[in-house]
Design a protein around this ligand. Structure first.
Ligand code: HEC
Ligand code: HEC
Length: 322
């Protein structure tokens, strides 16, 4: 009887695939990229049935629309719903390992422990996302691709209560996070390449850009890529590109009031008016952390959807044991 459902199986499969695509679109696929991996991509069987027509149409129709939305609609900051970071945070699963840029067989470039980092990350991921892409619309900041030494220092600052934050504090206590863990997890997060679509902010982007280049770029980089601290130079600062505006604005307020204590930023806040700062934030959220990566990820998502659909459309042999 199994043989009989060649066509039926195909149709059902296609239906399921469409359902899946719908789900993926609805959830932004961010939720759980796992099922994707589960579906066997190329189960060589019945390649003859591949529905060449259906696939491309459906596939190119949907996710194609997704990739560009850097400056998504206008709604400035709506943290309640998180429709924003979706597209980009989904495909990370596919981008998981490619960055393993260590030639040495065993270790990592700086001799940090990747396995331990991944263990530690399970705790952090609950708030910051599996690849440090951030969460809850910026309630939890993006950490992916942030400068390693900066993150290490922040963790020490939280630990010493130099930087006060209630959610972060317990995770930095020695029992929770010994020095080795701090080193490993910050290296791990620093090497994550993720593209996150952050919400747009209303403001004068052109003026913001001008101000950003004049007032901020020397420490945070022209593209908001951040500048590592150099011996003897005060011109350094964390990456700001593709950081959630909700988080950026909160930090700026904390610097302004002195609750987050940093002399460089304190001075900046004294010199730049609130209105100008808002324009600067409006500009900052247009910066790409890894130029071109958003597009790459969108294409990868498209490729995976196609793969799923082909996997479903081709009834895997032997599956019908009962
Ligand atoms: C319960 C949620 C939660 C967990 C779990 C958590 N964090 Fe955080 N983390 C936060 C919040 C909230 C902030 C923002 C603090 C603020 O607004 O000043 C933050 C900020 C940070 C920052 C500073 C980012 C920046 O740009 O300055 C680093 C670094 C960080 N977390 C690392 C970690 C690591 C590493 C772990 C796992 C060991 C972890 N966090 C676990 C909630 C969490
Ligand atoms: C003289 C160097 C310098 C300049 C100029 C500067 N910053 Fe900073 N900025 C820093 C440093 C250093 C930090 C990290 C502070 C810390 O360690 O807590 C920082 C942190 C920040 C943060 C918090 C980032 C995070 O991940 O928590 C934001 C947002 C920020 N700066 C925005 C700006 C903007 C906007 C401007 C221009 C108007 C600016 N900065 C100009 C040095 C600078």
């Amino acid at each position: 009887m199994e043989e009989g459902n060649g066509m039926g199986g195909f149709v059902a499969g296609l239906g399921a695939a469409l359902g899946l695509v719908a789900v993926i679109m609805a959830t932004g696929a961010g939720a759980d990229p796992t099922p994707v991996a589960a579906s066997k991509p190329a189960s060589g069987l019945s390649a003859d049935v591949t529905p060449p027509v259906a696939n491309p149409a459906v596939v190119s129709g949907n996710p194609g629309a997704a990739p560009l939305p850097v400056a998504s609609a206008a709604p400035p900051v709506t943290p309640a719903t998180t429709p924003t970071a979706t597209v980009a945070s989904s495909p990370p699963a596919s981008v998981v390992t490619p960055v393993v840029a260590n030639p040495g067989a065993a270790g990592t470039p700086n001799g940090w422990d990747r396995n331990n980092a991944q263990d530690v990350n399970q705790t952090c991921a609950a708030c910051h996302g599996p690849k440090g892409e951030g969460g809850k619309g910026g309630e939890y900041p993006r950490l992916a691709g942030q400068i390693q030494a900066y993150m290490e220092r922040q963790l020490h600052d939280f630990k010493d209560r130099h930087r006060i934050n209630i959610p972060m504090f317990p995770y930095t206590q020695a029992r929770e996070l010994p020095e080795k863990d701090i080193r490993d997890i910050t290296h791990f997060l620093a090497e994550q390449r993720v593209s996150v679509t952050v919400p747009a902010v209303e403001g004068n982007v052109a003026m913001g850009q001008e101000d950003y280049l004049a007032e901020c770029a020397m420490c945070h980089g022209k593209e908001g890529e951040g500048k590592p601290q150099q011996e003897g130079s005060k011109k350094h600062g964390p990456a700001l590109a593709e950081q959630y505006p909700l988080y950026l604005q909160r930090q700026l307020n904390l610097f302004a009031t002195g609750e987050r204590n940093n002399p460089a930023m304190r001075e900046v806040m004294r010199e730049v008016s609130a209105e100008r700062m808002n324009n600067i934030v409006a500009f900052m959220v247009t910066l790409e952390r890894h130029p071109g990566l958003a597009r790459e990820q969108a294409l990868e998502t498209q490729r995976r959807i196609l793969e799923i659909m082909q996997g479903l459309a081709a009834p895997a042999g032997g599956g019908s044991s009962q």
